[in-house]
Design a protein around this ligand. Sequence first.
Ligand code: CA
Length: 227
Amino acid sequence: MTRVLVVEDDPQLVRALVINMRARRYGVDAAPDGATALRPAAAHRPDVVMLDLGLPDMDGVEVIRALRGWTRVPILVLSARQASDEKVAALDAGADDYITKPFSMDELPARLRAAVRRTEDTPLAPETTLVVTDGFTIDLLASKAVRDGHDVRLTPTEWHLLEILVTDPGRLVTQKRLLQEVWGVSRNNRTNCLWVCMAQLRRKLETDPAHPRCLITEPGMGYRFER
Ligand code: CA
């Protein structure tokens, strides 16, 4: 049984979540604030944490940092906040994904399964060198990309960006992290470089660059590689 820890201070939402999750055979614990959440998280070792960012005692981002001090448990952020920089802060602190409130209870199990699956098969095992998609293949060891039987020429910058995304499949990687790792800058003044580089990668690798299937944009947040 997959155990879910719900950290949320809205009692109505907690009740709805608990009923829904239990009906779908999840084991559920609930905590109304950050301090209460961190104790059962340590004691019961949940398989996934669903976390509200606006908690009465501390910011959800602090809860994420505290959890990430000792666990890689998938963290799904529940956020009513529209501001993407707050979601980005949550992702940069180590959250795996987010759901914007209000959300449908039908959407939830799929997102939970995806979050759990991602930590089961990510990051790629060190011996993994081949990443295969429907449209192209990446050989990480040989630093080679192949599409339709032909080598694709990538610049070092394109390669670096691609490598970060494909080695963490399914994970939303924030714009900030990509700028830092590829361009060595923390400010968003190189955002244009990132857009251009991503567009080039899509043009070189995607079958239909206007409707990418593997190099996905999360608007205002970052990018995600889907196999
Ligand atoms: Ca709240």
